[in-house]
Design a protein around this ligand. Sequence first.
Ligand code: TYD
Length: 221
Amino acid sequence: MAPTGLFISFEGIDGAGKSSHIEGLADAFRAQSRSVVCTREPGGTPLAEKLRELLLHDAMDALTESLLVFAARRDHLCQVIVPALARGDVVLCDRFTDATFAYQGAGRGFDLQALSILERMAQTGIGLEANLMHEPQLTLWFDLAPDVAAQRLAGARVPDRFEAQPAEFFRRVAQGYADRAAAAPQRFARIDAAQERVAVWQQIMDVFVQRGWLAVQGTAL
Ligand code: TYD
């Protein structure tokens, strides 16, 4: 029997350190003979990567930003995520819809109900189960105080439109993530991203071991 697909997203404010752990998790899953797709949002398809360039660098209002984010997400779901899950792959996605609620919703102040409507439109009607709203089974939320994240990012590279936002924006985004996590506690696993890298990795492993998705310390089951 083909394994059941797993859809896992990684979230947190810029500088929380999520991206560096995705490859490690991919290796851990591959070590137990799972096919893994590592992808990201906005992006993950040629069209969505073009939209990412616009989103990160071109000025636009919050509705335009939200529409482009969801347009990119739908293409990503249609072309990559839903087919991968149908094959039984593990999909590790660097950000997904929680980022839209945190950045466009809490950060920019865009209407959360409007985002929920767009979410349902963009994430439904793909693949065999037409009524299913595709969303991650698990979201690893890298929780880090905004001032610590800002220190980590300082001088690292030329900031994009989001990274260039003031501290107050990231405080709202962080609160947006906390609200999302409180609303879906079964889906969210909070990772204390202030800890040392090894300790963060250990927390991640604990989550996967508890769910029975990995054995110990990333060893294959
Ligand atoms: P990020 O994962 O930070 O990419 P990188 O590590 O390469 O900089 O994502 C890019 C930015 O996109 C990030 O600042 C958050 C923003 N973003 C949104 O505003 N809304 C969304 O729905 C998504 C997925 C990302």
